[in-house]
Design a protein. Structure first.
Length: 405
């Protein structure tokens, strides 16, 4: 059965590499001339990091607008290849990362449920076209998703086997993932809630937490030192949350109504402080105007934006968005149904993680790109409910030899 999984992973990787070689230029989101999108800004950031040893992003001054993980990786590729060959090499690298993520989805589903769910989840993910699109774009999503899945996988193993080493491996990958997306910074709170609800030994939990905190400090301390050296203040992650918070204050992201103009400069910290101040003022003012409607926007409708569209901004194999959107919605609906109708001890931690993301994004702008890292979890729960509904047997999933539980 391991051979069948490996064959699926290899085919998946090869398809991604083929798209990279054959159609790679189609997947640039921005222009190198106008620097009008995140991908080209990251590429420029990697180039400046290599050439000048400085992290930049929106302009050519030192930045805390982004975490440095992707820029560091791009700088490594640019050190060995010319610009466009480096981007191709990076995309091929992401193809292998995606293959590893596909394997992790199988392993995570197997540990949370059983082998049948793992088999089906890996197949669904391999057929989910946004995975191929994500490989081609130079953004943080693919590598973050891989590190996030590694952290979840070792956490599930730790909870199942009561093995401290797995807790520390989970903490290591969690800490590394923060170099790409700090949205998971408070994820340990989910584990603490799980420990409390499951009645874990308090002293042992404190010991594990302390050791994971040491790992976290060791991994993040270079970033903190750099920020303090340049900006003379402690900045744990970034100073850019003001912008997505301000965008979130506009219902349906429609800035044609009650738009508040403000000036920006090259001082990103001052921009962030200004945007946070306007966010607070706008939120209070709009909440007073329409309390129920505004709370509905923040707590319900805006959160739906995480899931109502796939992370699919360019066609793959000529398949248009409307078809991919149908498959995506099918996965999302069945995924949440699977969450409602699964009652295991281990899969509960995956539910908590989904709820965590929904809560954390309440103050912020949300869209499909931010929901993408959660799709593996929803695919796992979708697979669970499908095998419950249709009782998939071993002849109907690649003829794999699996046991019934």
């Amino acid at each position: 059965m391991k051979k069948k999984i490996l064959v699926l992973v290899i085919i998946f990787i090869l398809l991604n590499i083929y798209i990279s070689i054959r159609y790679g230029n189609h997947y640039y989101l921005g222009s190198f001339t106008s620097m009008n999108n995140d991908d080209v800004k990251y590429i420029r950031s990697g180039l400046y990091l290599l050439m000048e040893g400085r992290l930049i992003y929106r302009s050519k001054i030192d930045t805390v607008y982004i975490m440095p993980g992707l820029s560091i990786l791009l700088a490594l590729f640019l050190a060995f290849f010319s610009l466009f060959k480096a981007i191709l090499a990076f995309r091929i690298f992401q193809a292998f990362i995606q293959g590893a993520s596909l394997l992790l989805i199988y392993l995570l589903a197997k540990e949370a449920f059983n082998e049948r769910v793992g088999a089906l989840a890996s197949l669904i993910d391999a057929l989910y076209l946004p995975e191929y699109f994500a490989t081609q774009v130079v953004l943080t999503e693919v590598i973050f998703k891989f590190l996030f899945l590694c952290s979840l996988y070792f956490l599930v193993l730790a909870l199942k086997e009561d093995n401290e080493r797995h807790y520390y491996l989970s903490g290591l990958f969690w800490s590394l993932s923060l170099y790409f997306k700090p949205v998971v910074a408070l994820l340990p709170v989910v584990l603490i809630i799980y420990w409390i609800r499951q009645g874990f030994d308090f002293k042992r939990c404190v010991k594990i937490s302390f050791n994971v905190a040491i790992i976290f400090i060791l991994i993040l301390s270079p970033w903190w030192i750099r920020n303090y050296f340049i900006f003379k203040r402690f900045i744990p992650f970034t100073m850019s949350s003001g912008n997505p918070m301000l965008q979130a204050t506009y219902v349906n992201y429609d800035q044609s109504k009650d738009y508040v103009p403000y000036e920006t400069s090259d001082d990103e910290i001052r921009n962030d402080e200004t945007e946070r101040r306007i966010t607070k003022e706008r939120f209070i003012r709009q909440l007073k105007k329409d309390p129920k409607g505004y709370l509905y926007w923040y707590l319900i409708k805006k959160q739906i934006y995480l899931f109502n569209r796939p992370f699919y901004w360019r066609n793959v194999f000529g398949v248009r968005l409307k078809y991919v959107n149908s498959v995506h919605n099918f996965i999302v609906v069945l995924g949440f149904l699977g969450m409602l109708f699964s009652f295991g001890r281990i899969d509960k931690i995956l539910k908590y993680v989904v709820v965590y993301f929904i809560i954390v994004y309440i103050p912020y702008f949300t869209f499909s790109r931010y929901g993408y890292p959660l799709m593996p979890i929803l695919i796992i729960f979708c697979s669970y409910i499908l095998q419950k509904i249709f009782l998939f047997d071993k002849r109907r999933i690649f003829n794999w030899d699996v046991e019934y539980f």
